[in-house]
Design a protein around this ligand. Structure first.
Ligand SMILES: NC(=O)c1ccc[n+]([C@@H]2O[C@H](COP(=O)([O-])OP(=O)(O)OC[C@H]3O[C@@H](n4cnc5c(N)ncnc54)[C@H](OP(=O)(O)O)[C@@H]3O)[C@@H](O)[C@H]2O)c1
Length: 288
């Protein structure tokens, strides 16, 4: 039986772990060829070694999305090797909660991966710039570069941006620059869909808490490691799983939802915006 994404070529950013890996695996399960990337070199995409078919249809490469020339080179190589790109999932990104927007502790900056500085003001402004770069500017760079390929090939391309409930208009104290970037990503989704239709559809998935190793380490409270109290505020009383995000990507790209365009779909178990951030802050404060 044919799979919905047979013959499609998908690029997913941030596939060394976490949500990106769940997305890559579900795209592979649906028949796509998947090229993933991250900053760290890996021999293969994690989790595919035992499945010869997935191994043959996947490739894990190095690309730092903070460098637009690296994005250009990566996309050029993917097209040279596979001939086209049908799907782009802009997944790489993220942050950690920060107790005060006006002074970012060194440890928070280090966990996020922002440039280090002994000067508190410099460290703080660079932390915010880094969050906006990784969660808004780099996904835009990737989308622009991949669109320049998609417009030259036959068929309709599909871009999916991975956003967050932190981008909700309700605001997100402790995730201020990240929330602003994700809010911008939701808006960018709409604008690009309007500019690039009908050649390329652009949609967005805004995630609530999703179980990854980083989420367990930096957001779930140490005295509630399974989130039994924490997830009480989520109507489904649990976090999402990376595979559930992947299945939503397959739904958006698999040919049955082609009139969904320019929209942001929440995958958050029905949580109320803003209710969850205090717990993440507690974890970070405990670590400081
Ligand atoms: N987990 C959640 O609860 C949650 C909630 C809402 C939204 N989200 C969103 O979901 C997405 C994935 O989050 P996650 O929780 O899976 O994060 P994660 O576990 O930290 O994984 C991030 C992935 O992106 C890669 N990456 C980081 N910086 C990169 C760069 N400059 N260039 C290329 N790749 C890079 C990482 O690999 P390397 O470090 O090797 O580069 C890793 O593969 C993010 O956009 C995040 O905002 C997650």
């Amino acid at each position: 039986m044919a799979s919905p994404l047979d013959g499609k070529v998908a690029v997913v950013t941030g596939t060394s772990r976490g949500v990106g890996l769940g997305i890559a695996h579900e795209l592979l399960r649906a028949g796509a060829t998947v090229i993933g990337c991250s900053r760290r070199p890996l021999d293969a995409m994690p989790g595919v070694a035992d499945n010869p078919e997935w191994l043959a249809r996947s490739s894990q490469r190095v690309c730092d999305q903070g460098d637009y020339r690296a994005i250009d080179h990566f996309v050029e190589q993917v097209v040279a090797d596979y001939g086209r790109i049908d799907i782009l999932v802009n997944n790489a990104g993220g942050t950690v909660p920060a107790p005060n927007v006006e002074s970012i502790p060194g440890l928070v900056s280090q966990i996020q991966g922002a440039p280090a500085s002994d000067d508190e003001y410099e460290r703080t402004v660079l932390f915010h710039a880094f969050a906006i770069q990784m969660n808004l500017i780099s996904p835009m760079w990737f989308a622009v570069r991949v669109f320049r390929q998609m417009r030259e090939q036959d068929g309709v391309g599909s871009i999916v941006n991975i956003s967050s409930g932190a981008g909700h208009p309700a605001g997100s104290p402790t995730l201020v620059s990240y929330g602003a970037a994700k809010s911008g990503l939701n808006h960018l989704t709409r604008s690009l869909a309007e500019e690039w239709g009908p050649k390329v559809r652009v949609n967005c998935l805004a995630l609530g808490p999703t179980m990854t190793d980083n989420f367990k380490s930096f957001v779930l409270p140490k005295d509630d490691p399974n989130g039994e109290k924490y997830f009480h505020a989520v109507p489904m009383h649990r976090a999402g799983e990376p595979q559930e995000v992947g299945r939503a990507v397959v739904f958006l790209c698999g040919g049955t939802a082609d009139f969904i365009n320019g929209t942001t779909i929440e995958i958050d178990g029905g949580m109320m915006p803003g209710v969850l951030y205090e717990a993440g802050l507690k974890t970070i404060t405990d670590l400081l």
